[in-house]
Design a protein around this ligand. Structure first.
Ligand SMILES: [Zn+2]
Length: 292
């Protein structure tokens, strides 16, 4: 298969996984609200009523529903992007606006699949190499769910963080097993884990969980396992903070963000990791050419 055919297939597969990721975000939120309510926490009544029908569907018959009229959607309502464009972003049954969330996560996922393939820093010839690439795409789907959830509700659900950690651990094991210098790779991984997770753990311990959530510590561990390299981990952290500044400073200038505004760090760290894995190696090579 040639390069362009693979990229096109990945775009379509990415759209489908984006659709799955978008639906999963709402289902996770619905279950979270039910659990919070059962635990006696205060939940937003309006949001609870809106999302409750999503928890009633069994896994076998788990089909997406309209969040407004709760109409069960037909297969032609579930075509990623196509359905949204064909109805102008409205529900076919109640004409309420569906919003931009679905098309953005679907397009984002398609873009992630294609760009990951085009910018992949390693050859894709041996089975372990292809396995790491496929696992990276799978991790990307889970990362997209976490990104959206954290951005909306400031929480990284364990139901997604644990599967992500399993995928990332398999990636790390394949890398270690195929490394020329296993011990060196293990030390490298250890430093990466310290940079992306250990530092957060220290901040979490020192602030007794007030400055950052433990979710960031766990997410950092999974991201470090995916990167497996301390230099890339450093670039990921640097890129996350740089992106944070690019979001926060204009927001502050426009008066939309104050010192009290919570900025979810999860999406920034995830984006930083994607940048580091796909382009970090080139940044490091460039640095050593010019400054060493
Ligand atoms: Zn509707």
């Amino acid at each position: 298969m040639d390069y362009i055919t693979i990229a096109l297939i990945l775009a379509v597969v990415g759209l489908l996984f984006g659709s799955f990721a978008g639906a999963t975000v709402w289902r996770l939120r619905a279950r979270q609200l039910v659990e919070d309510k059962a635990a006696g926490e205060k939940v937003d009544g309006k949001e609870y009523k809106k999302l409750l029908p999503l928890t009633k569907a069994t896994i076998r018959a788990d089909r997406s529903r309209c969040l407004h009229c709760h109409h069960t959607l037909a297969w032609y309502d579930l075509l990623p992007l196509v359905s949204w464009v064909s109805t102008g972003g409205k529900c076919r049954y109640c004409r309420q606006s569906i919003g931009w969330f679905e098309p953005i996560i679907e397009l984002g996922m398609a873009l992630f699949f294609v760009v990951s393939f085009l910018a992949w820093p390693n050859p894709l010839t041996t089975t372990p190499q292809v396995a790491v690439f496929v696992l990276w795409l799978l991790a990307g789907v889970l990362l997209a769910i976490l990104c959206a959830y954290d951005a909306k509700w400031f929480l990284l659900p364990n139901k997604v963080v644990w599967p992500l950690t399993v995928v990332a651990t398999i990636v790390a094991i394949i890398r270690l097993a195929t490394a020329y210098n296993t011990l060196g790779a293990l030390v490298n991984l250890g430093i990466a884990i310290f940079i992306l997770s250990g530092l957060y753990l220290i901040i979490w311990l020192v602030s007794k969980g007030r400055w950052i959530g433990f979710g960031d510590v766990k997410l950092g561990l999974a991201l470090a396992l995916l990167l497996g390299n301390w230099q890339l981990a450093f670039i990921a952290l640097f890129a996350a903070n740089l992106l944070g500044c690019l979001v926060v400073i204009p927001g502050m200038l426009a008066g939309k963000i104050s010192r009290q505004t919570r900025v979810p760090f999860g999406p920034l760290l995830i984006l930083g990791t994607v940048i580091a894995l796909l382009w970090g190696g080139r940044v490091i090579a460039w640095y050593f050419t010019f400054y060493m």
